[in-house]
Design a protein around this ligand. Structure first.
Ligand SMILES: [Mn+2]
Length: 432
């Protein structure tokens, strides 16, 4: 009977994001959301040290981007350093948010290799790492977020549609992965650690968060008898893509809610026991801060204020990040007492209030987009984006993504210009 190796698998930390959902803690001077992320991460690390586990696998996306402010990097490093102190081997996989996309800028996590942190491995290439743990050896194949520049040259993709580029990438990836699989030691357990979008994944929040930069991997590439466990990152909603568990193909999901799209998702990490040919895993929930959306249509109510207060009273808002969205008619504006609404929301951790005027919703907000004017979809999108100052930075990417969608005959999540630095959001919620 061989000993089992205990692994803690976590992913998508995104430390430093969502500051708009927090406030400054007067005691520390830090945004409370940074403190939340540090708190949940520290609970993962506590578990790893207290159990103790033999190996920690991080599935990628440490920060919102590759150049986080120093104090955010430090907060992250302080937690992972505890693993190094406890002599727990750790693999840090590079996700799409960790890659610097301007040229060959490296990744935010590469510093851990540069500093030669004992026991730390940075997974920024497709490679097999043989790791000696307290309970035996294990091999981990790292498969970081792939961009088309990883596997393809520019001339190869010239003139190809997005779908064709996607297919070509998969064709290139297959033999590379196969080569790693061929040289595996069949006598010790094997984990594939990948930051990727699997075609079977239920997108959850990443759909809104990062966009479809990059391509989709068919699950058949991951269901291999050579793998005892497939540890994934990228999708923020926890899920097992292979319920028959041969092998388990697991997204642990993010450890904290990054935005409101994750409101209803449970957050946590995965604890694994692995021996060659035998694996068990368990999702371990983390006390992530709750998010709460309160939507009220008060436009048909005699007493809109009472309707809004009622809706607030029905929800558990204590210590939650709350957003109140209510609809009223412009004639009802005088009946709204903002002070009283704010008082009712006082126990929330933070809140935003968004009134929507029904009469205003009924007619187009941009005259250029009104009835009787005909615009092609791109012109219409341009007009809309020009009116949105907050989207100005990503406007070129959005237009390009929209054009690609129009050009391709099927939905494709592949971007056309990998060199673009900004994160494009393909799923534009008009009116959001
Ligand atoms: Mn990601």
């Amino acid at each position: 009977m061989t000993k089992a190796i205990a692994i803690l698998h976590l992913s998508d930390i995104h430390m430093g994001s969502g500051f708009s959902h927090g406030r400054i803690n007067p005691k520390t001077g830090l945004n409370t959301r940074l403190e939340d992320f540090v708190n949940t991460l520290s609970q993962c690390i506590d578990r790893a040290i207290n159990q103790p586990v033999d190996l920690v696998l991080f599935g990628g996306d440490a920060f919102p981007d590759a150049t986080p402010p120093p104090y955010v990097q430090e907060a992250f490093a302080c937690q992972f350093r505890r693993l190094a102190d406890a002599k727990i081997p750790t693999v840090l996989l590079v996700g799409n948010h960790d890659q610097h996309s301007q040229g060959n800028g490296g990744a935010s996590l590469s510093i851990y290799r540069t500093l030669a942190v004992p026991g730390f491995i940075v997974g920024d290439s497709i490679k097999t790492h043989r790791i000696a743990t307290r309970n035996g050896e294990i091999q981990v194949i790292t498969l970081p977020w792939l961009t088309r520049s990883t596997l393809l040259t520019r001339p190869e993709t010239e003139g190809l549609s997005l779908a064709e580029v996607n297919d070509l990438l998969i064709k290139k990836l297959e033999p590379v992965l196969e080569a790693e699989i061929r040289q595996l030691d069949r006598t010790i357990p094997t984990v594939l650690l990948g930051h990727l979008m699997v075609d079977r994944a239920n997108l959850g929040a990443e759909r809104f968060l990062a966009v479809g930069k990059g391509f989709t991997i068919p699950i058949s590439l991951l269901i291999r008898p050579e793998f005892d466990y497939v540890a994934l990152g990228h999708v923020h909603k926890h899920q097992n893509l292979n319920p028959s568990n041969d092998p388990p193909i697991i997204y642990p999901g993010s450890i904290e809610r990054v935005d409101f799209s994750e409101e209803k998702e449970e957050k946590g990490y995965v604890s694994i026991e692995i021996a060659k040919g035998k694996v068990t895993w368990e999702f371990c929930p983390l006390p992530a801060r709750p998010f709460c959306t309160i939507e009220v249509d008060a436009s048909e109510k005699d007493d809109p204020q009472a309707a809004i207060l009622n809706a607030i009273a029905k929800k558990k808002i204590e210590n939650a990040v709350v957003r109140l969205i209510y609809k009223i008619r412009s004639e009802q504006l005088d009946a709204i007492d903002n002070g009283a609404i704010q008082e009712a929301l006082k126990s929330a951790h933070s809140y935003t209030i968004r009134p929507e005027l029904v009469s205003q919703l009924a007619r187009p907000r941009l005259p250029e987009l009104g009835v009787g004017t005909s615009l092609d979809p791109i012109e219409a999108l341009k007009t809309y984006l020009t009116s949105r100052d907050d989207l100005k930075d990503i406007m070129p990417d959005l237009l390009e993504a929209a054009q690609s969608l129009l050009d391709s005959d099927r939905d494709s999540w592949l971007e056309t210009e990998e060199e673009k630095g900004t994160k494009t959001q393909l799923t534009l919620e008009i009116g959001e």
